[in-house]
Design a protein around this ligand. Structure first.
Ligand code: MN3
Length: 200
């Protein structure tokens, strides 16, 4: 099954009042994400991965410890990461956290604020391009992690509840070099906590 670029689940200018501009989403979704889709389709054509599910391709092509992952892995994982990322954000100012998620975060991290601090710290500490995550381990434990480049929680048998793109293309138009401010804004204004809670 060929990769297809999903539409954003909102208008390109819908997140602008919350700190993610139309220009960022035009570049990030229409150009960067599309490139992962197009390049992935070119690389997969005629290989054993043609016709496999996106998740199977990601798990099957991940090479633990490899500094430079394969082209198929990089493009497949970034296609998955970005598709999830769009859905973890939503327009609107009032995005309350469901009680079940608040309880789970409090149990795992001590408080919701402690979770947010850990998540933002992981994103700020990722050297170079990558992602920070809230994941659920196979045993159900919630953890904050960070990964390089396109590596994601599927590679480790974890469920991704929330991820934030800390590649410069995700924040440089709106926040320039202020990655910590981008992360705080993401957590305080952009996250769709209903979508995060759906992964519990
Ligand atoms: Mn990106």
């Amino acid at each position: 099954m060929a990769f297809t670029l999903p539409d954003l689940p909102y208008a390109h200018d819908a997140l602008a009042p919350l700190g993610m501009s139309k220009e960022t989403l035009e570049y990030h979704h229409d150009l960067h994400h599309k490139a992962y889709v197009d390049n992935g389709n070119k690389l997969i054509a005629g290989t054993e991965w043609e016709g496999r599910s996106l998740e199977d391709i990601i798990r099957g092509t991940y090479q633990a410890g490899a500094v430079a992952q394969s082209g198929i892995f990089n493009n497949a994982s970034q296609h998955w990461n970005h598709t999830m990322f769009w859905g973890w954000m939503a327009p609107g100012e009032a995005k309350g956290m469901p009680g079940a998620l608040e309880a789970a975060l409090t149990e795992a991290f001590g408080s919701v604020q402690a979770f947010k601090d850990a998540f933002a710290a992981a994103g700020a500490a990722q050297f170079g391009s990558g992602w920070c995550w809230l994941v659920k381990d196979a045993d159900g434990a919630l953890k904050v992690t960070k990964t390089e480049n396109g590596v994601n929680p599927l590679c480790f048998g974890q469920t991704a509840l929330l991820g934030c793109d800390v590649w410069e293309h995700s924040y440089y138009i709106d926040f320039r070099n202020r990655r910590p401010a981008y992360l705080t804004n993401f957590l305080e204004k952009l996250v769709n906590w209903e979508a995060v809670a759906a992964g519990l």
